[in-house]
Write a protein that binds this ligand. Structure first.
Ligand SMILES: Nc1ncnc2c1ncn2[C@@H]1O[C@H](COP(=O)(O)OP(=O)(O)O)[C@@H](O)[C@H]1O
Length: 290
């Protein structure tokens, strides 16, 4: 469908609030619509060099709180040279800047609920607009879409190539959220939890070493206010209720790649690259696994 008719359809749709017009402008002006999926075109590991150089991906990361969406999306965004856009970060930036929306969203976020589609689309639109001004193209979205309505809005404006659904055993998710620490100085993420879950007939042992901070960050660690146990449980409940159906939305469209994390970063990162057919783009296995 041509971009103009796509926009026309959007602006006529009662589903789409006015802020979405901004998001549609941003997406359509900077993206190649209906591009072929990078990961699907690599059958027999025989990657055409032209394809390997193409980095204009439009990917989405799905997964429960604590699964590691941010960690792996950040790494892939560096590897593919596309922006990693995390709506959770946009929300936290908005709160930190005491912007006009802060009072409205602080209470929602700190109780583990989702902020409204209108607010999140507004924040995402602004982020895309500033990226566009800097010449960005492509993206890895993390934390959006989180509802079927958000998925429909996104589908109305851009053709998503791939949705990576990260999966981790339920027992590990809470521990990962509670162990999460952020350096208040440099913003780097760490995790003090050491996860070691015995294997059984259904799943192998799961070991995830802590990701400890270097000395310069160790005294500056903070936790996210929504990483408290009762709030994490609520976020997990909301994920199951509102975001789980988004997995089906993309499964039906043949875009969902399920990826079970086998352990911590050293085990999971090379396997994720393999699953994405990006393993030979990754020249230095040791440094990436650090
Ligand atoms: N797409 C979204 N829709 C609604 N609320 C969102 C969205 N993305 C982020 N948020 C808000 O920001 C909070 C933090 O998001 P995020 O860092 O992605 O958390 P998580 O670790 O639970 O995946 C969410 O609990 C929610 O309140």
């Amino acid at each position: 469908m041509a971009v103009t008719s796509r926009l026309l359809r959007l602006s006529n749709s009662s589903l789409i609030p006015t802020t979405i017009n901004t998001i549609s402008r941003n997406f359509t002006s900077q993206t190649t619509l209906h591009s072929s999926p990078l990961w699907n075109d690599n059958s027999n590991n025989n990657k055409p060099s032209m394809l390997r150089k193409r980095r204009n991906v439009h990917w989405v990361f799905l997964g429960c709180p604590g699964v590691g969406k941010g960690t792996y999306a950040t790494r892939l965004s560096k590897l593919l040279d596309v922006p990693h856009i995390a709506t959770g970060d946009l929300v936290r930036d908005e709160l930190a800047s005491s912007g006009s929306l802060s009072p409205q969203i602080a209470e929602i976020v700190n109780s583990g609920k989702l902020v409204s589609d209108e607010i999140i689309v507004d924040l995402l639109s602004k982020r895309l607009e500033s990226g566009e001004a800097k010449g960005e193209s492509g993206f890895i979205l993390d934390g959006f879409p989180r509802t079927i309505r958000q998925a429909e809005i996104l589908e109305g404006v851009v053709d998503i190539d791939l949705v990576v659904n990260l999966k981790l055993r339920e027992e590990a998710l809470l521990a990962k959220c509670l162990g999460r620490r952020i350096c208040s100085h440099c913003g780097e993420n760490y995790n003090v939890a050491c996860i070691d879950i015995e294997g059984d007939e259904e799943s192998p042992r799961l070991y995830m070493a802590p990701l400890l901070p270097p000395d310069e960050c160790a005294s500056k660690l903070i936790s996210r206010p929504d990483d408290k146990e009762e709030v994490v449980r609520e976020r997990l409940r909301i994920y199951n209720e509102l975001t789980r159906p988004v997995e089906d939305f993309y499964r039906k469209r043949g875009k969902l790649l399920q990826f079970n994390l086998p352990g911590g970063i050293p085990e999971s990162w090379p396997k994720l690259l393999q699953a994405l057919n990006l393993d030979d783009d990754h020249e230095d296995g040791q440094s990436a696994a650090a």
